[in-house]
Design a protein around this ligand. Structure first.
Ligand code: COA
Ligand code: MG
Length: 362
C-alpha cells in the first residue's frame, strides 16, 4: 500500500520532497517508518485534517526539516466505480470482495424486498464486521427514518462501525443534521461520514445547504427516483436531468464533496453505459454508481485519467516549473497557456492516477 488508506473526508496527504540529513530526524522519524515495512511510502508521510490551522501546525511542528508538497486530499481517492449490492444477497456480498470496484454501496433500501428487510440488516451487519473489502470504500444505504426500518437499520449497522452511511430521499440539511446527531451519540460511529442520495426535486434545489451539513462526504445521484419525480422520459443525452445533476455538482464542489453519477439501468448495454459514463466524466462527476459486475471495467476506464491527460499534466508541470525558474508566471504547452491553476489540476490528475495504481497493487 503506497498511500495511507482509508482516507477520511478531511484528510490531506503530504509528500516529503527532501529528507533532512539530520541524524536526530532520522532516528525519530525515518528509521521507525522504515521498520513498518517495505510497502510504507517513506515520502507520503504526513496526513492531517483539511483545516487550515491543522495543516499549518502539522507542517510547522511535525516536519520543520522536511520540504513538503501537498499531493492529495480525499477527493483524489478514486470513486470511479461504486457498486450497489443488495444487503440480502449473500453471494453478491461475498463476490464483491474480489471485484475491482473503488467503492461499494451495501443496500438496505430499494434493492431489498419488504419481507427481506430484517434479514438483510442482520446479514449485512455480520458481513461488515467480518469480511475484508480491502481499500474499497464501504457505504451503507439505510432506509429513511420516515419508514418503519430506518431506525433499526442504524441501530444494527452502527455496531459494525460503518465507514459511511448513505441516506435516501434527502430534502433538506435538517435531514442530515438529524442523522449526524444520532451518529454523535454513539461511540461506534464517531468517525462515520454521511452521504446523501440526491434524487428528489426539493433535495436538488437545496443541494447547497445539504452539502454544507455536518459529516457530509459525498452525493450519490439517484436518477431513477429523479426521473419518476420529474415525470420525464429517459433519453440518451439525459437532457431533462441535467439541471438537477449540475446543481448537485456545483454544491458538491463548493463544499469539497465527492459526487457520483446515477446508475445505467440496461446492464447488458456496454455502449450505452460507456456513453453515459463519458457524459458524467465530462460534467465533472467522480464516478458512476453501478448495479452489475459487468459494468465495473467500463466505469473504471471512463473515470480514470487517460494516458493523454497524464502526459499533458507532466508536460504542463515541467513547463511551468521551467517558466517559474526563468522568472515568468505563465508557460505555453501545445500552443495553450499554462497558469498556476492548470498546474493544480495537473497535480490532481497525477495524484488520482497514483491512488488508482495503489488500489490496483493491493
Ligand atoms: N454486486 C455483486 N455481485 C453481483 C451483483 C452486484 N450488484 N449483481 C450480480 N452479481 C453477481 C451474482 O451474484 C452472480 O455471481 P456468481 O457468478 O458468483 O453467481 C454474478 O454477479 C452474475 O450475476 P447475474 O446472474 O448476471 O445477475 P442476476 O440476473 O442474478 O441479477 C440484477 C441482475 C440486476 C438483479 C443484480 O445485478 C442486482 O441485484 N443488482 C443490484 C441492484 C440494486 O442494488 N439496485 C438498487 C440501486 S439502483
Ligand atoms: Mg432512490
Amino acid at each position: 500500500m503506497r498511500l495511507l488508506f482509508p482516507l477520511k473526508p478531511d484528510d490531506v496527504i503530504y509528500r516529503a520532497t527532501s529528507i533532512p540529513q539530520n541524524p536526530l530526524t532520522h532516528r525519530a522519524v525515518i528509521s521507525p517508518l522504515r521498520q513498518l515495512g517495505p510497502n510504507v511510502d517513506l515520502f507520503a508521510i504526513l496526513r492531517c485534517r483539511r483545516n487550515f490551522l491543522a495543516n499549518f501546525l502539522c507542517i510547522r511542528f511535525f516536519s520543520p526539516n522536511f520540504d513538503v508538497e501537498r499531493i492529495m486530499d480525499h477527493r483524489a481517492r478514486p470513486y470511479r466505480s461504486v457498486l450497489y449490492i443488495p444487503g440480502s444477497k449473500e453471494r453478491a456480498l461475498h463476490k464483491a470482495q474480489t471485484l475491482p470496484v473503488d467503492a461499494i454501496i451495501f443496500d438496505l433500501e430499494d434493492a431489498v424486498a419488504i419481507e427481506e428487510k430484517a434479514n438483510a440488516r442482520t446479514l449485512l451487519a455480520e458481513t461488515l464486521a467480518t469480511a475484508d473489502y480491502g481499500a474499497r470504500a464501504k457505504i451503507v444505504r439505510i432506509n429513511g427514518f420516515d419508514t418503519e426500518w430506518g431506525a433499526a437499520d442504524l441501530d444494527v449497522i452502527s455496531a459494525a462501525k460503518p465507514e459511511a452511511i448513505l441516506i435516501p430521499k434527502v430534502n433538506k440539511a435538517a435531514d442530515v443534521e438529524a442523522l449526524a446527531k444520532k451518529l454523535d451519540a454513539r461511540a461506534e460511529t464517531a468517525d462515520t461520514t454521511i452521504w446523501t442520495m440526491m434524487e428528489t426535486p426539493l433535495g436538488m434545489l437545496n443541494a447547497q445547504e445539504i452539502a454544507a451539513a455536518p459529516r457530509m462526504a459525498g452525493f450519490i445521484m439517484g436518477t431513477n427516483d429523479l426521473a419518476k419525480e420529474l415525470d420525464c422520459r429517459y433519453r440518451p443525452d439525459r437532457l431533462p436531468m441535467l439541471t438537477g445533476l449540475s446543481l448537485c455538482l456545483l454544491a458538491a464542489r463548493a463544499h469539497g464533496l465527492v459526487a457520483v453519477d446515477g446508475v445505467y439501468n440496461a446492464f447488458k448495454d456496454d455502449d450505452g453505459l460507456r456513453a453515459e459514463c463519458t457524459q458524467g466524466r465530462d460534467m465533472g462527476f467522480d464516478g458512476k454508481t453501478l448495479i452489475h459486475p459487468a459494468q465495473v471495467a467500463i466505469a473504471n476506464e471512463a473515470f480514470a485519467p487517460t494516458e493523454a491527460e497524464l502526459d499533458l499534466s507532466r508536460r504542463q508541470i515541467a513547463a511551468f516549473e521551467e517558466a517559474e525558474a526563468a522568472g515568468q508566471g505563465v508557460a505555453v504547452v501545445d500552443g495553450k497557456i499554462v497558469e498556476n491553476l492548470h498546474v493544480a489540476t495537473a497535480r490532481q490528475i497525477l495524484a488520482k492516477a497514483e491512488a488508482i495504481q495503489a488500489i490496483a497493487a493491493e
